[in-house]
Design a protein around this ligand. Structure first.
Ligand SMILES: NC(=O)C1=CN([C@@H]2O[C@H](COP(=O)(O)OP(=O)(O)OC[C@H]3O[C@@H](n4cnc5c(N)ncnc54)[C@H](O)[C@@H]3O)[C@@H](O)[C@H]2O)C=CC1
Ligand SMILES: N[C@@H](CC=O)C(=O)O
Ligand code: NA
Length: 433
């Protein structure tokens, strides 16, 4: 039986999970593929005693893996931008297929990496990088290949969803973040999780694979969950909504929306039920309609599941001595459309507004009049006498869908009123129509 040789770079959370699943399920994988996935070399900065490498060659220099002539598939699981980029480009130069879980690398350096890989005709795959163990890249790139994809929206950061879920149950942000780190869910720098950078990396990749546009991470709008308060979580619930951190990409005639931010979603929608480290991605195609992909977005073996599926695809190519591959971003390069990313002011959304107003007669009428002057219709309004504190009372408003430009102008005017002396809190809302 043929061996396909795999070299693993990085033996942390995902590397460790990959090693364990590859070892534990070796014969099952052989039964599915007809060849033997052999771990030919492992490299990581610090050796880990809990993994019994037996006679597998080990080094602390990851470049030993890409320079090992026996290695067919290089698996990059070190994370980060720079060294990972050098490593992957070196592997490609050496004619090796590459599997990575590194969405930061693909979102930022993917255009360059795919161009280099195309010249060598090697596979570079990244399923584990987007929504962890959920095979969503396979679904969008291959399963939905017949469709024009119109929009994609998803919970695509496990750490953030874990934090929002636990906050809803009354727990503190900082305590839950520490727990997510201990469980191996968070990025090396957890601000990537809580400030939406990680979700923007993943959304950038999803939008490219769905719409056939180049990767444009630098143009994505990114807002995290660090400003979300228990008060807003509770009041969204009263209005029939749940706050989720979403990545949203929408194709419009003028360009694409590419945005990551906390979002009110109807509590009755399936996506509102997605809790903890789970992720879910909604993809709308013109032929199939709305589809949803759901499962663990982070964690050692859950992520390893996607890494190994990619290794198997690359290994099939090695075993068959074939040069056939699915286009990196689902479209042939000549068919990619360089659609502009629309400015946030052009985005269309509904909004949740929390206005801290002085308890004076006529304030509500002034607020309603400013919104109306800007063409903003109110879906619901809530003010509770019991919340009067220090002479101020919160007014909660849910608007109909408008352009972000209209809301920005209205908020400027609201904040200029003498009856309002705090910043207006604004959270976008989606109904997925
Ligand atoms: N943890 C998770 O649930 C998920 C992580 N990812 C991605 O997978 C990648 C790895 O993440 P984790 O396993 O969580 O990180 P980790 O920090 O647990 O593991 C990284 C490993 O690589 C080693 N390493 C880093 N730089 C190195 C270098 N220059 N030379 C030698 N060894 C080096 C580290 O010593 C460590 O053992 C990242 O790109 C991450 O974004 C993707 C999906 C889920
Ligand atoms: N830190 C990421 C890991 C997976 O991509 C997350 O929490 O989703
Ligand atoms: Na995935």
């Amino acid at each position: 039986m043929k061996d396909v040789n795999v070299g693993i770079c990085g033996l942390g959370t995902v590397g460790g999970g990959t090693f364990n699943v590859l070892t534990r399920n070796a014969s099952l994988i052989t039964g599915r593929t007809g060849f033997n996935l052999r771990i030919a070399r492992v490299a990581t900065r610090t050796p880990r005693k809990e993994f019994d490498l037996g006679d597998i060659p080990f080094s602390t220099d990851i470049f030993d893996v890409v320079n090992d002539p026996s290695v067919d598939v290089v698996v990059e699981l070190i994370g980060g931008y720079d060294t990972a980029r050098e490593l992957v480009l070196a592997a490609i130069r050496n004619g090796k297929h590459v599997v990575t879980a590194n969405k930061a690398l693909i979102a930022v350096h993917g255009n360059e990496i795919f161009e280099a890989a195309a010249k060598q005709n090697v596979i570079v795959s990244y399923e584990a990088g987007v929504a962890g163990g959920i095979p969503v890249i396979k679904a969008v790139r291959e399963g939905m290949a017949a469709n024009r994809v119109d929009w994609i929206a998803g919970i695509i950061n496990g750490t953030g969803n874990y934090i929002l879920t636990e906050m809803r149950a009354g727990r503190e942000f900082a305590e839950v973040l520490k727990e997510a780190q201990d469980l191996g869910y968070a990025e090396a720098d957890p601000t990537f999780d809580v400030e939406g950078i990680d979700a923007a990396h993943k959304l950038t990749i999803l939008a490219s694979a769905g719409f056939g546009v180049p990767l444009q991470f630098e143009k994505a709008y990114t807002e995290g969950i660090s400003e979300i308060t228990p008060y807003d979580i509770a009041h969204a619930e009263i209005l029939g909504y749940r706050i989720k951190h979403l990545g949203i990409a929408r194709r419009r005639d003028e360009g694409i929306e590419l945005r990551v931010h906390p979002t009110l979603v109807p509590r009755s929608h399936l996506i509102a039920q997605v809790d903890g480290v789970l992720n879910a991605v909604l993809v709308d195609g013109d032929a199939v309609g709305q589809t949803m992909y759901y499962g663990p977005g982070a964690g050692d073996e859950a992520t390893a599941s996607a890494v190994i599926a990619d290794i198997i695809d690359a290994a099939r190519s090695v075993a068959a001595k074939s040069n056939q591959r699915v286009p990196y971003l689902g479209f042939e390069p000549a068919a990619m459309e360089d659609l502009p990313v629309l400015p946030m002011e052009d985005v269309q959304s509904a909004y949740y507004l929390r206005i801290q107003a002085l308890d004076r007669p006529g304030v509500l009428a002034k607020v309603a009049s400013i919104l109306s002057e800007h063409g903003i219709n109110i879906e619901s309004i809530m003010q509770k006498e019991s919340e009067l504190k220090d002479g101020r009372i919160p007014v909660i408003i849910l608007t109909h869908t408008v352009q972000e430009r209209q809301i920005n102008r209205a908020i400027e005017e609201l904040e200029a009123l003498s009856d309002i002396d705090e910043k207006v809190v604004r959270i976008r809302a989606e109904n997925f129509n």
